[in-house]
Design a protein around this ligand. Structure first.
Ligand SMILES: [Mg+2]
Length: 354
């Protein structure tokens, strides 16, 4: 499997002033492929700056490299979440391209799906063949969603079967992660530490493989966080460390948002942390303020199962900026451009939970 895109859920509808603002922004931006951070947007966005009153200026809106289409609306959400306190807040995050960087040493980084080498070339090739067949279906806009969801499920299940048949071992996962071009965004550890200190849960949703994501946490962060749960496809290994089955229902790219957290398991379970995370899902459901982090508009669906009161949606727009900025800036409260570090989000949570 490879990094996957999700279909846009929202259609654009914008005022002429916002269009003007975006046109101005787009006309002056550098190459979307550039890894370097862009010059401060405040300098490039006189209309956006002018639209913000001092009362609505938050750390997030002041952050260079970000776009906030409705600064007043965002400021209202920040104030409401701040007033409710950290006990009401939870973070829901996508993994690939959201917590991890899009670029790695000048080229496209690997995803948690794409990095796996199962130690069996024949089966790696078979999974590649599946990718060649199903990926065009995944990104085809003309296939109705129910039909596409069925095909995605078929793809995931065939892939999982190949992993079992090909004799995937946990050691192969460990080695694949060690060899992988994957890294977290700068500031992710700081963000997790901040949230952990305040007992704010972080749910990481992915259509990939929980075991790989947790191994990436283990190898790249070198520590565990008791407040993080990974909701993804989970493997069962036998005593020899060989994959024998998968737990629960298959989570694929088009249904990852429908899943209850009974599939989640704390990362610390596999890290031997004796102090278990006690905030069970019923308590998480009572946390009605949400900070959502994603890199596709479809990621907004991650909060669908929750009856939230306030949600701040943060989008990382990593590529195709010219094409997508308009949709992203309408869908997300804050959009970070060009594979931005996590510092803006750290500033934001500092405002939400001072
Ligand atoms: Mg993603």
């Amino acid at each position: 499997m490879r990094p996957m895109t999700s279909p846009p859920l929202l259609s654009p509808s914008s005022s002429s002033s916002r269009l003007l603002l975006l046109r101005l922004l787009l006309s002056r931006r550098r190459s979307p492929a550039s890894r370097s951070p862009p010059p401060p947007l405040r300098r490039r966005l006189p209309l956006l700056a002018a639209s913000m009153s001092s009362s609505s200026s938050t750390a997030a809106t002041r952050n260079p490299g970000s776009v906030v289409a409705d600064a007043d609306g965002l400021a209202r959400k920040v104030a409401a979440i701040r007033a409710a306190g950290p006990a009401k807040l939870q973070v829901i995050a996508d993994f690939d391209g959201t917590l991890t960087r899009y670029w790695y040493d000048g080229s496209r980084g690997q995803s948690s799906h794409g990095l796996l080498r199962q130690g069996n070339e024949e089966y790696d090739a078979k999974r590649e063949e599946l990718f060649e067949h199903y990926h065009p279906i995944e990104i085809c806009p003309d296939i109705p969603l129910p039909e596409k969801a069925k095909l995605m499920e078929e793809w995931w299940e065939k892939t999982h079967a190949l992993l079992i048949e090909g004799g995937l071992t946990y050691e192969a996962i460990r080695q694949s992660v060690a060899d992988a071009k994957i890294t977290f965004r700068d500031g992710v550890v700081k963000l997790f530490e901040f949230l952990e200190e305040r007992d704010i849960p972080v749910l990481v949703f992915s259509a990939g493989l929980a075991d790989i994501i947790e191994e990436v946490f283990r190898q790249k962060l070198h520590r565990s966080f008791k407040n993080i749960k990974v909701v993804s496809n989970r493997m069962v290994f036998n005593e020899e460390g060989r994959l024998v089955s998968f737990k629960g229902k298959t989570i694929h790219v088009l249904n990852k948002n429908e899943h209850a957290l009974d599939m989640a398991a704390p990362v610390h379970d596999n890290l031997g942390d004796p102090n278990g995370y006690t905030d069970d899902y019923s308590l998480v459901k009572k946390r009605t303020n949400v900070l959502l982090l994603g890199d596709h508009i479809g990621d907004l669906g991650m909060s669908d199962g929750l009856n939230y009161e306030n949600r701040i949606a943060v989008g990382f727009l990593n590529n195709n900026i010219e094409k997508s900025l308009k949709d992203y800036s309408e869908a997300f409260d804050i959009v970070y451009l060009n594979d931005a570090p996590m510092v803006g989000v750290v500033e934001l949570v500092s405002e939400l939970c001072p």
